[in-house]
Design a protein around this ligand. Sequence first.
Ligand SMILES: [Zn+2]
Length: 214
Amino acid sequence: MILEKLREVVCKCNKELPDNDLVKMTSGNVSGRDPETGLVVIKPSGYTFSELTPAHMVVVDMDCHVVEGNLKPSTDTDTHLYVYRHRPDVFGMVHTHSPYATSFAALGQSIPACLTASAMLGGDIPVGGYAPIGGADIGQEIINKIGNALAILMQNHGIFTIGSSPEHATKMAIEVEEIAKITHLAMQRGKPILLTKDQIKYMIDLYQNEYGQR
Ligand SMILES: [Zn+2]
């Protein structure tokens, strides 16, 4: 079996999605790109998270040909590959329909940076326009709208996060849901106080220096 270590990491990260209440049933997926071969390891389509093992992961090339694996890759594979092709700095990607963040997507609203933790994701979490599932449209919309953020909401759909590794992108998916939940709760009782550009920049510098991200 090729890419055994990456298979293990991607499998573990996929299991973290239900463990953190970010997904139900079979929706949601994590992928990782191998820096040496450029091959991508991704969750198989329609598979229950609890049953996943590293051997179930599907290895695909940049043209979505299955290189190794007996199962069909996730229906979102084209979206992941589009992003990898256009962002050489990205080595991990996550997609979920986590409820608080997706409620912003249902309203077509970005998540405003009103928490210091927002800086970890680059400030405001942008929202991309509606795009049908399965084609290249979602990938195009992500690349057009994500900017310097590590997460993007897709209108009427869910969330995509990116990172320097599958673990990093998974951590960002957990953070997005937490930030969305707190922001939602704050909005019930008033208008959240937005961070200034300088405050966001200060926090981004702090996160970069402390954790060596990005
Ligand atoms: Zn989805």
